[in-house]
Design a binder for this molecule. Structure first.
Ligand code: G6P
Length: 439
């Protein structure tokens, strides 16, 4: 990347309610990351939202006096042409499809979640073909650009792009930065004073080392974390970790581990919520409606704090940090989704993993782990990664055998007959989004 050049950044799914967050980040860092053109791209059915968010983005840029041109478009290819960074935050089938993903497993007494288990599987089937289309367009129109993928299930979608395209792809999630913030709050220090080492994959990563101002506090932290509140993301229930369990694990699980390690309690809560407030998609629909009402206000020219109600809060910091480090060849450490390349020795080289990486002008380079892990982490990680590999194959090739095996071995499904019923429901309820399965 030419360091003197002013940049073209493309956001696919630009009409998302999260976009003001990204715009705020880009404005704050404009002296380090000189963006000339920001393209917000959406599809026809998202036009109204794009126009509302786009108008707010323009007001934000103007208020800040930033020299960034905002473009709103439905022409994805034109936006991608000669881009430097393409970020994806799209949702195929929108919140309606998310609601279906969450409800189908619950019908069979299985966890209904947007990114993990059967819900994440369904989302992967819908999303991977669209992301690979974007990759193809990039190969033709912006072959040197980076694809920064936020689209969930981020680890699986990133793996598909790494395996099936030539585009330099890095997968991003706000969960690692969220953990740093939670630990910082726990100790009453700024997140910038916290360093962590993680091993795992997206939404299934364990924090194995914690340093505050360079001092290793990992062991004492696990003692203190027992029974503590606040170690979770906004979208996941704050059930406390048991002290003995944490000691036996020797690591801090991530928020999403509650679906695995506290499966029964989480399922009971989901079933209860279903009766009272619906699924998370229903909650998010309301939050979104309120956000869009705020965004319409012509006097609003900042990101409203209400956006922090969403689980993806602060995601822009992750995106902006990454772009800034690539552009400025910073060589700093960030936790991102990359090709394993032997970093986690018991996983295949070509799969995606979420680990600390050095970020420079050539992208993200995973770094050796300081701490290896035992069978308690290895076992679950290998199993869920095998599920992810099968899911990529199912999504790319419309492979029903891979699909059935993926769902059957997933620890949140774990039964061939139920897996088949869930798969049938997913295929039936998503027909219009799954061309790879129509033959
Ligand atoms: C977490 C995850 C994101 C996910 C979000 C959902 O923060 O890390 O990957 O998109 O939650 O939040 P929502 O408000 O849509 O439920």
């Amino acid at each position: 990347m030419n360091h003197k050049k002013r940049l073209k950044v493309v956001v696919i799914g630009g009409g998302s309610s999260y976009t003001p967050e990204l715009v705020e980040g880009l404005i704050k860092r404009r002296h380090e990351l000189p963006i000339k053109d920001l393209y917000l791209v959406d599809i026809e059915s998202g036009r109204e939202k794009l126009e509302i968010v786009g108008a707010l983005a323009k007001r934000m840029v103007e208020k800040a006096g930033a020299d960034i041109r905002i473009h709103l478009t439905m022409d994805r290819a034109e936006a991608i042409r000669d881009a430097d960074f393409v970020t994806t935050q799209l949702r195929v089938g929108q919140l309606e499809a998310r609601g279906r993903d969450e409800r189908i497993p619950l019908k069979y007494n299985r966890i209904g979640q947007e990114t993990t288990g059967a819900g994440g599987f369904a989302k992967a089937l819908r999303t991977i073909p669209v992301i690979l289309d974007i990759c193809k367009e990039m190969e033709q129109l912006a072959p040197d650009a980076y694809l920064l993928n936020f689209t969930n299930p981020a680890g699986i979608v990133t793996e598909a792009a790494l395996k099936y395209s030539k585009i330099r792809t890095i997968g991003l999630c706000n969960l690692p930065i969220g953990i740093k913030m939670q630990i910082g709050e726990f100790y009453g220090v700024e997140a910038s004073r916290v360093d962590i080492e993680m091993i795992g994959i997206n939404h299934l990563n364990w924090t194995t080392r914690i340093l505050i101002d360079g001092v290793d506090v990992s062991e004492s932290f696990l003692d203190k974390a027992a029974g503590a509140k606040g170690l979770t993301m906004k979208n996941i229930s704050d059930l406390e970790w048991d002290g003995q369990f944490l000691q036996s694990l020797g690591a801090l699980p991530c928020s999403y581990h509650r679906y695995f390690y506290m499966k029964d309690a989480m399922l009971a809560e989901q079933l209860e919520d279903l009766e009272t407030q619906g699924t998370r998609a229903d909650v998010v629909k309301q939050v979104e409606a309120e956000l869009f009402e705020l965004y319409k206000d012509p006097n609003l020219a900042i990101k409203p704090p209400q956006l922090e109600q969403r689980g993806g809060a602060y995601y822009s910091e992750v995106a902006v940090n990454l772009m800034t480090s690539i552009y400025n060849n910073k060589k700093d450490i960030q936790t991102v989704n990359v090709r394993n390349n032997g970093i986690i020795p018991f996983l295949p080289d070509e799969v995606s993993v979420e680990v600390n990486s050095i970020i420079d002008a050539d992208g993200a380079h995973p770094i050796q782990l300081g701490k290896q892990v035992g069978p308690e982490i290895r076992g679950l990680l290998q199993l869920v990664k095998a599920y992810e590999e099968l899911t990529v194959e199912a999504a790319v090739h419309g492979d029903l055998k891979a699909a059935l095996q993926a769902l059957t071995i997933h620890p949140l499904v774990g039964d061939a007959e139920i897996a088949q019923s869930i798969l049938n429901d997913i295929l039936e309820q998503n027909r219009e989004y799954l061309p790879q399965f129509q033959s």
